[in-house]
Design a binder for this molecule. Sequence first.
Ligand code: HEM
Length: 451
Amino acid sequence: MKNPSDTGRDWRFATAPHRLPLVGHALSLARRPLEFLAGLPALGDLVELRLGSKPTYLPCHPELVQQVLVNARVYDTGGPVKEKARPILGNGLITSDWADHRRQRRMVQPAFHTARIATYAEVMEKECAAHAETWRAGRPVDVGDAMQALTARVTARALFSTEMAPHSVAEIQRSLPVMVRGAFRRAVDPTGVLAKLPLAANREFDAALARLHTLIDGIVGDYRRSGEDRGDLLSALLAARDEEDGGAMTDQEVHDQVMTLLLAGVETTASALTWAWHLLAAHPEAEARLHAEVDEVLSGRIPTYADIPKLAHTQRIFTETLRLYPPAWMFTRTTTEPTELGGHRLPVGADVLISPYVIHRIPELFPRPEVFDPDRWLPERAQDVARGSYLPFGGGSRKCIGDVFGMTEATLALATLASRWRLRPVPGATVSPRAEMSLTAGPLPMVPRPR
Ligand code: HEM
């Protein structure tokens, strides 16, 4: 590994070993994605693999990753996963290509301005406090399901404010996980056949997707007719005007952004929160400091947006959780023209894999990378983290638009729940990362104990 401050000459190029006829490295990637990818940085700064016959590249150095992320025109959204997402998400921020994305991003960005986040935080405060009331001492909860339910409610209510009928929030909670699971199954099926088989899972997926589309259409229609600004995300999307041509988004465009925000915002934050509870239970010292911090800052009251700067250790816990278990463990780009990366020619149409999971576990970037150490993010130590090596939210013009939303939500959730409860693992339960649509912990039964 070169020094990350180098200018980019003499990059080490390597080809991934054990390529099989026809499938290339597709089986290794499908079967053991995390182990397979994490072994590649030792080989080179840029590693070529084959998925089928397609040349695919994994930049393993933060500087090369940044070159890809900042050059969004040449390294456009693409790859098999995004192609398969289009029929589900339509043409929103995640799926749109470079030229369209710039316009869309300009339009959606105001919905995530600081003043708006402060309003959404009121929803987060209430939902986290209500969630804390649902746990019972000694009665196990599946933490993954619990966090998914919490973030689905928060995102739905930040999008659609309080007037949304309770059954609509419940519908999102019910249908979204089915949609995410189905979207992932489609993304990883190279044949495309699976989605067409008359399986119960496919029927369930189609029905969930149809319900979500109908629900969102209905809500967008209601909002459009009322014309009122309700201070929520959807109102901001409807009010957005393109600064260049003054145009608004069509109902279909707003619909696609809403689907995109639900898909991108709910499971990501829930997965990371789930990992945080798991890590806290395994690291009593970090947990004790979390309890000390919430007790001191809150003195028993519910945390609010204004408390967040004071919840520094809480934030560091989440930051470190995102390093070890970044929900977006891998995302892709496709070259729109021949180009050069790390001194190597890339043809047009090459897929480039960006893996925060891989980069976050390189020992030269993060000493003892396997160790959960929230203090890495103390200001005096965080300044040693090489630029571009921490990328749970991606980077460049497609950097997560919900990063502050997600951090705010997670900090409030950890502080609210930890001020009342500690979670203990159910004896015998084991956890192993699952690299699915997000990097999830799978079923994680834990027992709430009152503090
Ligand atoms: C801890 C939580 C989250 C993580 C780790 C995360 C991670 C990411 C990453 C890595 C990307 C870039 C993907 C790429 O470059 O292809 C992204 C994009 C995006 N995220 Fe997040 N995200 C989180 C929370 C959220 C939330 C809460 C929302 C919305 C409420 C959201 C909405 C989006 C959207 C719309 C995009 C596409 C942005 C664009 O292309 O302009 N995310 N996210």
